[in-house]
Design a protein around this ligand. Structure first.
Ligand code: ATP
Length: 463
């Protein structure tokens, strides 16, 4: 397949995913009724459910299941000195270039080179001449309080990391943990990206799940390897195809100023291999900077060896929206199996999200075969109630009731939103007591399961 053809197919896949997300209530354009706001996206009911499932899995692995991790939820607005200390005021910038003719703006490092391999001087939109490259700071600046002078300046945080460094001492003083220990946080981050693109891959408002893990200086390498494994563990928890994840050792000269070692975890998105997560060894850079700027001592006293030092830090950083996109693009499947109850047209192509039950917004949908037969509806409601209660007891959510449209439409809808199992109450259920049918999303196969076995059968599959 030529590069052009490949590009086209990839865009078609992305177009199909974006349209599915909108049609089924996963993700909408931000401020859509006003024509949108570039680089912002709103999550609808199913998008929130998917995102929450991912967050819960992350929090469980990295906080709840461990004894050395402390959760925080720091304010998005922080004292401006934070961003001077971290280096963001001086250096959090991308190279910006503007077309002199159409005034469109681009990130200079994302433009394709010209035929001789030099940076292009032509606008990709109108072929006009591009101006000089200048550095553009990506932080959103704002003013806190009524005064709009320099002392009131603050920024919407461009990363959650700094909220943890400034709370290092608070956690140390209240919980007295011994090294190694970490702080973990999930929250919004904001970057005024020059060219937001690729749906939720690069947006101006997004969520991060980050850890700052503090260690003795000599132990950084051990902790780095540990989190390298943990990243893959999390990728497996959410059911992402491991063969689409690639590690990139970021070479000297290309790492952020604070990092002595960085691995980017890249993912095969339909638009190319791109960064999904990062893992960095940040040395003692951040704590030292904050100690210097705040004049507060951020050192640690090691009781065992009776020595005082500034801990070093390992940072695994996960983009939540990029995780959602990776999960959606990985799960998006078209097959020619057709809907077993659809009409001829429907049989041509079936679209479904092959989501892992762990992240799927709904694990099980319960239907009455026909919605105008009260006996079927009553029985289906009863099965639905039982499943909901029993799932809750097993620590699970995501049981839904669906009687909209005919059963073929319901299967199609549940396929498209990635529901792994559909339970149908039919006439045999109520007249012969032979149980319900359970349809498997991936194979379209139906099995009859006795009512008494249903909960156990489903809980086992879903867990
Ligand atoms: P990129 O090179 O793609 O701009 P980055 O290296 O600047 O990313 P980091 O600063 O390491 O990204 O941020 C940590 C994580 O936050 C990234 O791995 C990514 O998952 C996520 N992230 C960063 N920028 C964005 C964005 N604009 N939109 C969505 N997620 C983002």
């Amino acid at each position: 397949m030529s590069k052009d053809q490949k590009g086209k197919v990839e865009n078609e896949v992305m177009d199909s995913i974006v349209s599915l997300c909108k049609r089924r209530g996963f993700i909408f354009q931000g401020s859509e009724i006003y024509g949108g706001l570039a680089g912002t996206w709103d999550y609808g009911p199913l998008g929130v459910a998917l995102k929450n499932n991912i967050k819960k899995i992350w929090w469980k692995r990295f906080v709840d299941d461990r004894e050395d991790m402390y959760g925080v939820d720091a304010a998005i607005l922080m004292n401006q000195r934070t961003w001077e200390a971290s280096g963001h005021v001086g250096g959090f910038a991308d190279p910006l270039v503007e077309c002199k003719k159409c005034q469109h703006r681009f990130r200079a490092d994302q433009l394709e080179a010209d035929a001789s391999g030099n940076p292009t001087k032509k606008c990709p939109d109108c072929s006009g001449a591009l101006g000089e490259v200048r550095q553009f700071n990506m932080m959103f600046k704002t003013h806190v309080g009524a005064a709009e002078d320099a002392t009131a300046v603050s920024y919407l945080r461009p990363e959650t990391a700094q909220g943890m460094f400034v709370n290092f001492k608070n956690v140390l003083d209240t919980f007295h943990p011994s090294l190694p220990f970490g702080l973990a946080q999930i929250g919004k981050a904001f970057r005024n990206e020059i060219a937001p693109r690729d749906f939720i891959f690069r947006s101006r408002e997004f969520e991060q799940m980050e850890i700052e893990y503090f260690v003795k200086p000599a132990e950084w390498s051990k902790a780095f390897s540990h989190f390298q494994e943990q990243v893959h563990g999390f990728i497996s928890d959410i059911g992402l195809n491991a063969s689409k994840v690639h590690e990139l050792e970021v070479p000297d000269g290309e790492r952020a100023h604070y990092s002595k070692r960085t691995i980017d975890f890249e993912f095969d998105f339909p638009f190319g291999k791109k960064e999904l997560y990062g893992l960095a060894y940040r040395t003692d850079f951040d704590l030292k900077q904050h100690a210097e700027y705040s004049k507060v001592d951020l050192s640690y006293f090691d009781e065992e060896n009776k020595e005082r030092f500034v801990p070093h830090c390992i940072e695994p950083s996960f983009g939540l929206d990029r995780t959602v996109l990776a999960v959606l693009t990985d799960a998006y499947t078209e097959d020619s199996m057709g809907s077993e109850v659809g009409d001829e047209n429907e049989k041509e192509k079936r679209v479904f999200l092959k989501l892992s039950p762990a992240v799927a917004p709904f694990k099980v949908a319960v239907f009455p075969l026909l919605k105008n037969k009260p006996a079927l509806v009553t029985k289906a409601r009863e099965v639905f109630g039982t499943l909901k209660t029993e799932f809750a007891k097993a620590g699970l959510q995501g049981v839904t009731f669906d009687d909209n449209g005919n059963i073929g439409k319901r299967y199609r809808r549940q396929d498209e939103i990635g529901t792994p199992f559909c339970v149908t109450v039919d006439f045999d259920t109520i007249e012969k007591g032979t149980g319900v049918t359970v349809r498997d999303r991936d194979y379209g196969k139906q099995e009859r399961i006795a009512e008494a076995d249903l909960v156990k059968w489903l809980v086992e599959k879903v867990k």
